[in-house]
Design a protein around this ligand. Structure first.
Ligand SMILES: [Zn+2]
Length: 434
């Protein structure tokens, strides 16, 4: 069978090869969903008549963005109970009571709204931790064409047989969906947090993960109070406690990591624990500022996540990039601790690795053709010079500057319109569901 060929012509490609040479101009060839060539001039023999050619004039071409922590099921709680509450009080008085009444229709409407919002703002892979209707989410991801890591979130503040039931559901999700949808869906096991899961339950989850070789994901050290309470109850810091349980013996990604001690950061560097940095959610809930410069200095993989719309309140990774680049400069009174280059790496290559998509996140031969087009003609994108591209993307652009989105060479968004999902239906369902 003839290979399907796609050529992206006249592009300015953000390849992030090195800090000195992060941008290349020219063209990119894609065969059966994989990038096979990227260079200045198209080799003449590479243009067969049947190839589809897309003109990227006036666009930056960037690897698709990875949002490494969120909860799409609660998307319809955007703006609900925004009364400036700390995390625990917010969960107990706003989130959990509302979610008790969530039907499959409500979560599905939330999933679709989130997936649509992410697609239109250039996210091509996301992690979703939620405790309801994850099979429906998986079906929607399959249909949308996106990549996702799905986790059936588990809260262990319940009797043993209920804990067991949750773990069995999470394992079934793995067996039903891991590596499915042409490898676009992956599954991790995800206890909600050490403060909502007793050690005995965490041990059960770690055993199950090790038995099947499943990666683990959890919230960790999001706010100071939760860490102090953990130390009071168990006599040790939660990161060290999780290590004792074996949580970091396989692949593990933790969300937040705002209040980690030096020895926990050293441990994570040693064990290759990856961190999803969620600066906007951490600021909004008054949780604090994670030591990202300290993480990077130790070589820890740092990616970016929005967390849910209930604590952000959007899923725009451009906003997340900008805030993550800025807060550490301000907090440390040192503008050199973050850079546009490192921030873009976190949002692309590091994020994809954190999600276990080892073949994504880079515009280079051999990688999956997951990429986005950014409009270079907006007033806030001018003057348009190649050496200013990274700065423009991190500090000036927004999700609404994304015009086209491709995953494995398949176009999912064209001229800012969704091709795989019905935008009007998503809008109507979101209004009606809640
Ligand atoms: Zn979260």
């Amino acid at each position: 069978m003839m290979k399907k060929k796609l050529i992206i012509n006249n592009g300015v490609f953000i390849t992030l090869d090195s800090k000195e040479n992060p941008v290349r101009t020219g063209c990119m060839i894609i065969e059966d969903g994989t990038i096979t060539f990227i260079g200045e001039t198209l080799p003449a023999e590479e243009i067969p008549e049947e190839a589809e050619v897309v003109d990227a004039k006036g666009r930056w071409v960037l690897p698709g963005l990875a949002n490494t922590h969120g909860h799409t099921g609660s998307t319809l709680l955007r703006g609900a109970g925004d009364d400036d509450l700390p995390v625990m009080k917010w969960l107990e008085t706003v989130m959990w009571p509302a979610e008790k009444n969530f039907t499959e229709e409500i979560t599905k409407a939330g999933n679709a709204l989130a997936i649509g919002e992410m697609l239109k703002s250039g996210t091509t892979a996301f992690l979703d931790m939620y405790h309801l209707h994850m099979n429906t989410t998986a079906e929607l991801v399959e249909k949308s064409g996106l990549n996702a890591v799905l986790c059936r979130g588990m809260i262990g503040l319940c009797p043993g047989h209920e804990q067991q039931g949750k773990l069995n559901e999470a394992t079934a999700l793995y067996h039903d969906w891991h590596n499915k949808a042409d490898g676009r869906i992956r599954v991790m096991l995800s206890p909600h947090a050490p403060y909502t899961c007793p050690p005995s339950f965490l041990e059960m989850i770690v055993d199950r993960a090790q038995e099947h070789g499943i990666a683990l994901h959890t919230h960790l050290a999001e706010n100071r109070k939760e860490v102090e309470e953990h130390i009071r109850q168990y006599g040790k810091r939660p990161g060290l406690h999780l290590d004792e349980i074996g949580f970091f013996d396989g692949n593990a990604l933790i969300a937040h990591g705002v209040h980690l001690a030096e020895e926990e950061l050293d441990l994570f560097a040693r064990k290759g624990v990856k961190i999803s940095h969620n600066p906007v959610s951490n600021l909004k809930l008054g949780s604090g500022i994670a030591d990202v410069p300290g993480m990077r200095k130790r070589g820890i993989s740092v990616s970016l996540g929005t967390d849910s719309t209930a604590s952000n309140n959007n899923l725009d990774m451009f906003e997340e990039m900008k805030v993550s680049a800025l807060i550490h400069k301000g907090a440390s009174e040192d503008p050199t601790v973050t850079s546009a280059f490192d921030t873009l790496k976190s949002a692309t290559e590091e994020g994809m690795k954190a999600l276990g998509f080892m073949n994504k996140g880079k515009l280079a031969a051999g990688y999956d053709a997951d990429f986005i087009f950014l409009d270079r003609t907006g007033f806030h994108a001018l003057p348009d010079k190649p050496e200013r591209a990274l700065s423009h993307i991190v500090y000036s652009l927004k999700g609404s500057d994304v015009t086209d989105v491709f995953v494995k060479g398949k176009m999912l968004v064209k001229d800012r319109e969704l091709l795989t999902l019905d935008e009007e239906k998503i809008r109507a369902d979101a209004k009606q569901a809640i």
